[in-house]
Write a protein that binds this ligand. Structure first.
Ligand code: SF4
Length: 464
């Protein structure tokens, strides 16, 4: 527990990056809550600030470095403010980190929040530097030692990490160097974790992994993702299961059939392709050809006709020609993804692409290619979503739309954000009710590239 003090101690966690980081931040929050700390939105009120960082793109690092600059100024005025840093920007050589970011008091692995103990236990009203000598901390390959921490309660949708690290060698990616080798959690541990979050109010879980389809290969009994989905489908009170991120090389028929046959598994797959040209894919270290990818999507759509598929692409990778970029556009037109996340390539120090090839696509060209992908995808997504007007969709309600007062927000099984009002057909239905966590049928009346809008019709009061 924190040192006895008359006042409450406050913390702020700034999280940058992917869902894995968000799940890690929940575990850190949970640890600090148990230590008697309380969260605050005001950094001036905080005794401890934690930055959970992302190194996947230079812009994410710059964002964190901007925040660190502000914290350095704040620490001069509030010397008892402690700053800790975790996530993918933290490398295992802590001395390098200390030289680079002297305003940070402690670097730690996000999977071991107990590493914060020395900071948490220090006398809170004395300057950090006077009482705390930061010891270098092992941040290398992650361990699954503290995985059974309960996470933040009362959220309808929760992220559950099932496999950590990555054994692939995508040439542009810093993740394997920062998050270490693949390490799966045992099936029973994950089932228990999911039962816990359901008992706290969750109705949907998203299983997380850098390559989620690789789940289980490193465990003694060699379970796979299909088997895990089968076990989780039996968890009472859980309504929906999703998983991400998938890799085209590791999706097999068993998984596709599990998605088809298990009612709680949603028809949605995030399947990063990264490029639409075979030579670019080879250079990126992606071990498949475009025709393999297209055949895979065809197999998924044959077995799961309503499945939505999203992807990630990188434009302006080393040596990308106009012709190769056009091949990417044609590919996107053929597949017609529901969502495309597009990023302009930025070299990350220490990656193979940074060491071997020049970052030779001009910044302006990168921007133009990025805008071209966005414009094309906007049109495709609008067309796909417009075709849903007039249909009735099952929506899991996540809460009220911010500032709307009367409209609600949720997602379809295919992961489309849906805003809706509740139409009352019986006098009491809908009045003053909280629909959060409920599954409702919503009639879609309007669609844009990014969201659906509709009406839920309540004929009788839903079950309490
Ligand atoms: S699969 Fe490739 S892009 Fe994804 S985390 Fe692993 S190395 Fe990075």
């Amino acid at each position: 527990m924190a040192a006895p003090t008359a006042r409450k101690l406050h913390y702020v966690i700034w999280t940058v990056g992917c869902q894995m980081n968000k799940a890690d931040s929940e575990r850190i929050e949970n640890f600090l809550d148990r230590q008697g700390y309380v969260p605050t939105a005001e950094v001036q009120q905080a005794d401890l600030v934690i930055l959970n960082t992302c190194a996947v793109r230079r812009s994410a690092e710059e964002h964190t470095e901007g925040q660190l600059g502000q914290l350095a100024g704040l620490k001069k005025r509030q010397p008892n403010l402690a700053v800790a840093m975790t996530g993918c920007m933290v490398v295992s050589d802590v001395q390098v980190m200390q030289r680079r970011y002297p305003m940070v008091d402690l670097f730690f692995s996000s999977l071991t929040p107990e590493s914060l103990q020395p900071l948490v236990e220090r006398p809170p009203d004395e300057p950090v530097a006077a009482v705390f000598d930061p010891t270098p901390i092992e941040v290398g390959p992650e361990t699954a030692s503290s995985l059974l921490q309960a996470q933040r309660a009362q959220e309808v949708m929760r992220y559950i990490p099932i496999i950590y690290g990555c054994d692939e060698h995508c040439t542009y990616c810093i993740v394997p160097a920062r998050r270490g080798r693949e390490q799966s959690r045992p099936v029973d541990e994950i089932v228990t974790h999911v039962e816990e979050v359901v008992s706290e109010g969750a109705r949907e879980v998203t299983l997380l992994g850098q390559i989620v389809d690789r789940y289980g290969h490193d465990l003694p009994e060699k379970p796979d993702l299909a088997l895990l989905l089968e076990r989780l489908n039996g968890v009472r009170g859980l309504e929906r299961i999703r998983f991400l991120t998938s890799h085209p090389r590791y999706i097999d028929e068993r998984l596709i059939e599990a998605m088809r046959d298990l009612p709680k598994v949603c028809e949605y797959m995030h399947l990063p392709v990264q490029h639409g040209d075979d030579a670019m894919l080879r250079r990126m270290g992606r071990p498949y050809r475009i025709t393999d990818y297209e055949r895979l999507v065809e197999r998924i759509r044959t077995k799961l006709p309503d499945c939505s598929v999203s992807t990630d692409v990188i434009v302006g990778f080393c040596g990308e020609t106009e012709e190769q970029f056009n091949a990417l556009l044609r590919f996107l037109e053929r597949i017609r993804f529901d969502v495309v996340h597009v990023a302009a390539y930025s070299p990350r120090p220490g990656t193979a692409s940074e060491r071997h090839w020049a970052d030779d696509v001009a910044g302006q060209i990168k921007k133009e290619r990025l805008w071209a992908v966005e414009a094309l995808q906007e049109q495709i997504a609008r067309e796909i979503n417009t075709a849903l007007i007039g249909t009735s969709q099952e929506v899991l309600v996540e809460g009220q739309e911010r500032d709307s007062g009367s409209r609600w927000k949720g997602r379809t099984r295919t992961n489309k954000i849906t805003f809706f009002s509740v139409q009352e057909e019986s006098p009491q239905a809908g009045a003053g009710l909280n629909f959060t966590g409920r599954l409702l049928r919503v009639q879609i009346v309007h669609a844009s590239a990014r969201a659906l809008q509709g009406r839920a019709v309540l004929c009788s009061l839903p079950e309490a």
